[in-house]
Design a binder for this molecule. Structure first.
Ligand code: ATP
Ligand code: MG
Length: 259
């Protein structure tokens, strides 16, 4: 689809196009399109930019990933379609494993995503086929299948765009869960240990950059960053920002002059 360079919603439309392309390539599930639309709505209200609460969460997330013994990046269709390069770069930076973990799991989609990630430089992709032979407790059906070398033994899991049930199940297993979710009120956001309330297309490059910058820090400093981090406060700040933005808009002129 052609989007004119001066279109006011160009950036957002280009990202949407990548999701549609991902669907056509067999990476994204039909439900993934709906999830993306919900994200767009929150992004619109947040002014489509990265706020300070997201930057603080990104710093804490980098510290958690760098301190982790077995960090894992869990990848679903939307994540793979939007930020394949960043997934691979982050995995290399913090020495994490990459695992395909789908809400609507099919063999075809699993393999298409793994292949797509390898095309972007991933050396090993877990969670495909017989590889996802372990199960996480309290979840039913295909959603509970994980790799015994990946999520099952992970101490820190990055789950961009995860669903609430699974986030909760991972927390109950004692794992530190880092979520990227534009909705600060979703169950995922509220159950995660660290929630980055930002669009994944902006947050992932920043996470890679921040992790690279913090890689040389000593463990004591990284632990101190984590110790000071308060996810509840971060979510409150995100909700306050939404209120502020809507407050300003409610007092401003909303009709647009045409011609
Ligand atoms: P939960 O199960 O956590 O309560 P939900 O059922 O409301 O969440 P899902 O459909 O499970 O939502 O997942 C979609 C989530 O992903 C939404 O919260 C949406 O805001 C978020 N999301 C979608 N696209 C993006 C994106 N590009 N960047 C960040 N977050 C996104
Ligand atoms: Mg859900």
């Amino acid at each position: 689809m052609y989007i004119p360079p001066n279109h006011p919603r160009r950036e957002s439309l280009l990202v949407r196009e990548r999701i549609v392309e991902g669907y056509k390539k067999g990476l994204v599930a039909l439900e993934g399109l709906i999830a993306h639309g919900r994200g767009e709505c929150f992004d619109y209200i947040l002014g489509e930019k990265t706020h300070s609460f997201a930057l603080k969460a990104i710093e804490a997330a980098s510290a958690a990933l760098l301190l982790a013994e077995h960090p894992v990046i869990s990848v679903n269709g939307n994540t793979a379609a939007l930020v394949p390069r960043e997934i691979v770069e982050l995995a290399e930076t913090v020495n994490a494993r990459i695992e395909v973990n789908l809400f609507y799991r099919t063999r075809e989609r699993e393999e298409a995503i793994a292949e797509w990630l390898r095309k972007h430089g991933a050396r090993e992709v877990l969670g495909v086929g017989g590889n996802a032979s372990a199960t996480i407790p309290e979840l039913f059906s295909e959603r509970r299948r994980v790799s015994p070398r990946g999520i099952l033994i992970a101490d820190v899991v990055l789950v961009p765009l995860e669903d609430g049930d699974r986030t909760e199940a991972l927390r109950r297993m004692g794992k530190t869960v880092i979520a990227i979710d534009l909705n600060p009120l979703s169950r995922t956001s509220r159950t995660a240990s660290i929630t980055i309330v930002d669009n994944i297309v902006r947050a992932m490059p920043l996470l890679v950059e921040t992790a690279k910058g913090m890689k040389g820090m000593d463990r004591g400093r990284l632990k101190e960053i984590l110790r000071r981090y308060d996810n509840n406060r971060i979510l409150q700040e995100a909700v306050k920002k939404i209120m502020e933005r809507l407050g300003e808009l409610s007092r401003s002129r909303l009709t647009l002059d045409i011609g």
